[in-house]
Design a protein around this ligand. Structure first.
Ligand SMILES: CCCCCCCCCCCCC[C@@H](O)CC(=O)SCCNC(=O)CCNC(=O)[C@H](O)C(C)(C)COP(=O)(O)OP(=O)(O)OC[C@H]1O[C@@H](n2cnc3c(N)ncnc32)[C@H](O)[C@@H]1OP(=O)(O)O
Length: 242
């Protein structure tokens, strides 16, 4: 469903005004970046579907896509830089929390604890992330190219209502499942006495991470609800300075 001609001209003017504030180089870089990320997450989606169709089980799926997942999720750190240098109008903090929590899930939980890689909760957050990222990056791409199909905009600002809680559920269940292994192995922990005289218990750190979802997740969710009102309903939202 496309915008009407009249809407289109207003939207186009708005888009052009926004783009004038971005340099041509920034627009070119963002277009390249978003196309590459859409392609990356599409590759992941296809690899997951192919694995499941061929093997008929989710066991081994994480291992089969781990390298590609780590690559594309880690690259997303660039998005924090985009915000910091001002080429996208998004909060560094909101983006930082979103990207860092994902990188933490990938590297310090799923990748480090082999015993949990076949859990259903891992598949849950993987499927949710993949679906979300294909929609999100294609939204940014088409938006930059001034040819945004309405269904992509609709999906970007509606699917998160269900996908965000599902993704969080998958992540929290995965960390919860990891806790006994972390306690048993003492991984990534430092016990006293040691030459640095520092003690760190990864088990309790993970409990703190799980608890930190309580204040942090609602902020991301409400941020997206505000974006939804702005982008779909055209509400003007006065942003507070960071
Ligand atoms: C060390 C241990 C740390 C542990 C921390 C533990 C606490 C964690 C709590 C948090 C839990 C998060 C869980 C999460 O991982 C679960 C999931 O993701 S589940 C799947 C559902 N997820 C989503 O739907 C993700 C939604 N999130 C996002 O979209 C973004 O990450 C977010 C930063 C939250 C929001 O994006 P943004 O503010 O950018 O909103 P918009 O998309 O509407 O865009 C605003 C404007 O910026 C332009 N923009 C942004 N990025 C780009 C880009 N790459 N290219 C081009 N343009 C971009 C966009 O077009 C808008 O521009 P304008 O306003 O001018 O129209």
């Amino acid at each position: 469903m496309a915008s009407t001609e009249e809407d289109g001209s207003v939207e186009e003017k708005e888009n052009n005004n926004k783009k004038r504030t971005k340099s041509a180089f920034a627009v070119a870089w963002l277009t390249f970046y978003n196309i590459a990320m859409t392609a990356g997450w599409l590759v992941l989606a296809m690899a997951m579907m192919r694995f499941y169709i061929q093997k008929g089980t989710h066991k081994g799926l994480y291992k089969s896509i781990a390298r590609t997942l780590k690559f594309f999720q880690t690259i997303a750190l660039v998005e924090v830089v985009h915000c910091a240098i001002g080429i996208v109008r998004t909060s560094v903090i909101v983006t930082g929390v979103q990207v860092c929590s994902r990188i933490f899930m990938v590297w310090f939980i799923t990748n480090s604890i082999k015993q949990i890689q076949n859990e259903e909760s891992v598949i849950l957050f993987l499927v949710v992330w993949t679906f979300t990222e294909i929609t999100r990056y294609s939204f940014y791409t088409f938006n930059l190219l001034n040819h945004l199909p309405y269904f992509i905009k609709w999906a970007r600002y509606n699917m998160f209502i269900i996908m965000y809680p599902l993704g969080v559920a998958g992540e929290l269940l995965t960390i919860y499942t990891a806790l006994p292994y972390v306690r048993k192995t003492g991984m990534l922990s430092m016990r006293l006495p040691n030459k640095y005289n520092v003690s760190f218990d990864y088990y309790y750190f993970l409990i703190i991470v799980m608890l930190s979802y309580i204040p942090l997740f609602p902020q991301l969710y409400f941020h997206m609800l505000r974006q939804r009102r702005k982008m779909l309903l055209g509400e003007i939202i006065v942003e507070k300075d960071e």
